[in-house]
Design a protein around this ligand. Structure first.
Ligand code: SF4
Ligand SMILES: [Zn+2]
Length: 262
């Protein structure tokens, strides 16, 4: 088994990141880094496909989250059993129709090692509220989870009039991105240059209500500064090395899922 850690890939552990940003909004960092880490790990072992363990409960939650956020672009793709089919590293969710309960029971009766815990880094993650809501719905309608998935599958979203982001290679790390510099590099830049710490410090002292909007604005500002050259572009700043990959990097699966990585 090959294990790749955030520390190896990015120079930061999640514990260290949480020390900087606290217990809010760290899904932004974890989600973006994890998504890219899966690609990097897969390429390291020369895999030609990534299979993730998302189950039916996870997918129903993601559908609901995308509806509540009004994210129709992700709504259209989040129930696909396979994405990125035309790229070199497709992703698939073989447990898409398997309930979490069934997986737990299978592991229990087969006496398999089973790791079950809640994430300690994000006690207030949005997903937690949606999970509660779905559990409540399930109490009155047992087929809720599969109904949500089937409903999303039958939604036909017309994206012809929408300008979709064009996938390209990040000019820093070489991984796919919808911008010149990918979000992982932007976030890492903020951590390595102390800008994230400054932004978090400002947030604590000003104590404004809309924390998520402010953090996003801060990240976007960092991206603009990096792109316009106000922050110089060196690999040593991000800690990311250009990957040694042959072939095109047009991986057509969705970008990080804002902590959804469902
Ligand atoms: S909830 Fe998920 S995305 Fe957020 S910090 Fe925990 S593992 Fe990472
Ligand atoms: Zn990058």
């Amino acid at each position: 088994m090959t294990i790749v850690s955030y520390k190896d890939l990015y120079g930061w552990t999640m514990d260290e990141i949480v020390k900087v940003i606290g217990l809010t909004n760290n899904c932004t960092f974890c989600g973006v880094f994890r998504r890219q880490a899966l690609d990097r790990g897969a390429m390291l072992i020369k895999a030609d496909k990534i299979l993730t363990g998302h189950n039916a409960d996870d997918i129903a939650e993601t559908v609901y989250m995308n509806i509540l956020r009004g994210d129709f672009f992700r709504l259209g793709k989040c129930v696909a059993i396979e994405t990125g089919k035309d790229g070199p590293l497709p992703r698939a969710k073989p447990f898409k129709y398997t309930y979490e309960k069934e997986i737990v029971m299978y592991a229990h009766f087969k006496k398999l090692d089973y790791f079950s815990t809640e994430c300690i880094y994000s006690p207030n993650a949005y997903r937690g509220y949606v999970r509660e809501l779905i559990k409540d719905l399930e109490a009155t309608r047992p087929s809720t989870i599969i109904d949500i998935i089937h409903s999303a599958e039958s939604v036909d979203i017309d994206t012809s009039a929408v300008k979709m982001p064009k996938l390209q290679e990040c000019t820093r790390c070489g991984f796919m991105s919808s911008n010149t510099i990918c979000k992982a590099c932007v976030l890492l830049e903020g951590l390595n240059t102390g800008k994230t710490r400054q932004a978090m410090g400002r947030k604590e002292t000003t104590n404004t209500a809309d924390e998520e909007t402010k953090e996003t604005a801060s990240i976007e500002q960092q991206a603009t500064e990096i792109e316009t050259g106000k922050i110089t572009d060196t690999e040593s700043q991000t800690g990311l090395q250009k990957p040694k990959i042959t072939g095109p990097l047009e991986i057509a699966h969705e970008e990080e899922e804002k902590n959804t990585s469902n």
